[in-house]
Design a protein around this ligand. Structure first.
Ligand code: PMM
Length: 254
């Protein structure tokens, strides 16, 4: 799954694809690089991000989805039911739901649904997140959401641990180290760790640097995480750097 953020403020590609023509061209480039799904988002969910009015979010994503959906499967990354519905009308067939609460939209329109785990909301989620047992809590929450969606009639359901969404470095690493606990539920698993801050921290440590490496210098960490996840049975990875990840996926599969 290739990431396409049509936002001014996403942590990695914010501001690069606000013009629909630029966004569509980048989406097509990701398809040429081997993406099976393009995930189009119009509201940044980076820590501390301010919410976007759904009408504005919809205006950002709909033209891009309409253009890309004849070339590739498109998912819409949104928290808002009305944006998801407009995106589906424009051709999206998968709702990437960071709130794990929009299953009724997916059921009504007979499209796929990704339930992602988040503790809190993007504005405050990194203010001291707490779990007693992060892997079990995230797994149980996702299984409960997935079962609810199945009972509501959703036919294609994915679960995602929500790396970085109300999680500190240790939580992210625990979830990745024990990702097989999610795979073992039988629900197909998606992981999105591409270019996230915890990778910047780990890579800075190996460089002997104090804080972090910049987002566009986290490729090796992103690839290592995606490769690890796929080798553990994760079925989809959400990434910015599609071509190298597809290469890694081919080797893992072989
Ligand atoms: N991460 C981001 C946004 N959407 N969706 C899913 N399913 N999983 C994720 O990990 C995820 C997501 C934040 O990253 P971005 O700012 O690069 O889009």
């Amino acid at each position: 799954m290739g990431v396409l953020n049509v936002t001014p403020d996403s942590f990695s590609d914010g501001g690069r694809f606000l013009d629909p023509a630029d966004a569509i061209a980048h989406g097509l480039a990701l398809v040429a690089d081997g993406a099976d799904v393009i995930d189009v988002g119009g509201e940044s969910s980076r820590p501390g991000a301010e919410p976007v009015n759904p009408a504005e979010e919809q205006a950002r994503v709909v033209p891009v989805i309409r253009a890309l959906s004849s070339h590739v499967r498109v998912s819409v990354d949104t928290r808002h039911a009305e944006v998801a519905e407009a995106a589906i009308e424009a051709g999206a067939t998968l709702v990437n739901d960071i709130t794990a609460s929009l299953h009724e939209v997916a059921a009504a329109h007979r499209v796929g649904w990704i339930a992602m785990h988040m503790q809190g909301d993007p504005r405050t989620m990194q203010d001291d997140p707490h779990y007693d047992a992060v892997v079990a809590e995230v797994r149980d929450h996702l299984v409960e959401r997935a079962e609810r969606a199945r009972d509501a009639g959703v036919e294609e359901i994915w679960i995602d641990p929500g790396i970085g969404f109300g999680k500190d470095l240790g939580h992210n690493l625990d979830l990745l180290a024990h990702i097989v606990a999610l795979v073992a539920t039988g629900w197909p698993v998606v992981v999105g760790a591409s270019r996230k801050w915890f990778l910047g921290r780990l890579l800075a440590e190996s460089d002997g640097a104090a804080e972090t490496v910049p987002t566009d210098d986290r490729l090796e960490g992103s690839l290592a995480t995606a490769t690890w996840a796929m080798a553990q049975g994760v079925r989809m990875v959400r990434v910015h750097d599609v071509r190298p990840t597809v290469h890694a996926a081919k080797v893992v599969a072989a």
